[in-house]
Write a protein that binds this ligand. Structure first.
Ligand code: ZN
Length: 135
């Protein structure tokens, strides 16, 4: 079962440049920056209430984020839903005919278990399931 919106992922060309907007204009505080080498992205997390804003910057030209920026430009990249059991959530979605990008969850930012559904099955918005942060 889904618990809440965990975070919104926003693709940017440069976290350094984009931080100014989130910090100076919106007044949010950056909790941490983290590089996820397996996904070829750098991330920055801002907490707002119970939800995070995750900025995503590509670290390589063949990063999925680089491809997204090329075709769609900066903006909302994905919505992440917190769930108890990512594998089970994926299984249920698949059983109901949903296309998955990841059949098996992988370790993402904050050591969370994460997996993405295919945007063709989610009406154009990339959808992520993620677990609670593991410390
Ligand atoms: Zn995410």
């Amino acid at each position: 079962m889904l618990k809440k919106i965990d975070h919104l992922g926003i693709a940017v060309h440069s976290i350094t440049e984009a931080r100014t907007f989130y910090e100076d204009i919106l007044g949010l505080v950056c909790e941490k920056e983290e590089e996820i080498s397996s996904q070829k992205v750098k991330t920055a997390f801002f907490l707002l209430g119970e939800t995070h804003i995750e900025l995503l910057e590509p670290t390589s030209d063949d990063s999925p984020i680089a491809k997204f920026l090329e075709s769609r430009g900066e903006g909302l990249h994905h919505v992440a839903y917190r769930c108890d059991d990512v594998s089970k959530q994926l299984e249920q979605a698949k059983e109901k005919g949903c296309r998955l990008i990841h059949e098996i969850p992988f370790t993402g930012a904050g050591n969370k278990q994460v997996a993405f559904l295919h945007p063709r099955s989610s009406h154009g918005l990339l959808t992520e399931f993620c677990s609670e942060e593991q410390t």
